[in-house]
Write a protein that binds this ligand. Sequence first.
Ligand SMILES: [Zn+2]
Length: 293
Amino acid sequence: MDNYVVRAVSGDRFIRIFFAITTAMVEEARHIHDTTPVATAALGRTITACSIMGLMMKGDDDKVSVQIKGDGPIKQILVVSDAHGNVKGYVSNPYVDIPLREDGKLNVGGAVGKIGKITVIKDFGLKEPYIGQSELITGEIAEDITAYFANSEQQPSAVSLGVLVDRDRTVKASGGFIVQVLPGVEENIISKLENTLNNLSPLTEIIEKESNGEIIVRELFKDFDVEILDKQEIRLVCDCAVERLEKALISVGKKDLKEIIEEDEKAELTCHFCNTKYHFDKEHLEKLYSEAQ
Ligand SMILES: [Zn+2]
């Protein structure tokens, strides 16, 4: 298993832990989108968090999307996951290049921006999806997702996400965790947890040294008598298909479709999530034209 989420609970069952190792899939995303290191970090952090949030969903067909829109040069990050942690995502500007922070780290907050919103859409297959929104805090992603959980879901959570990019721009280590405390937890447990989390080494350092997620969970939360529940594989996959893009073309309407047929005699559409290009020749477009309203 290259990419996975370890689910665990504390012995008293008041703390639930989701710990993800995503090095391979974030490298795959970097390769697909040809992202700069800071864009790789921003996308990778969001991919990690979103696939965990996907696994938190209860229904088999549920979906969750995380959209981060700040005033920084990356513009928008969009990641979608299903309930099995099958995730896809992109950033609007994969070529964003800004100087490192003073501490030598990638400036994700600067790329994303501090003014803006994080929007989480949960699709339970009902008529209306659930939409939760929260203001960005730092644009560093983890803090923003923590704020989303607190403000929109009233769920106290600790979120940590990290992507370490190597000198050759490939992903050296990537992962993250979401830790949540359940209602009724005693105050002293919360302070013990805060203490543990405040004293952690940077996550990328931890994952670079130890790539086994279960070992990391046992080590990080050793004071909480943790029980590992399971380890679930997650993947970077796109579910785009020619039928979906046909629908998109049909939806532009007869008039515009006619224009495309007459002027260009072909169309090329690219899936934002996986960069697959779909070519439509004149004959194909004419068939869609006949189906359009
Ligand atoms: Zn695609």
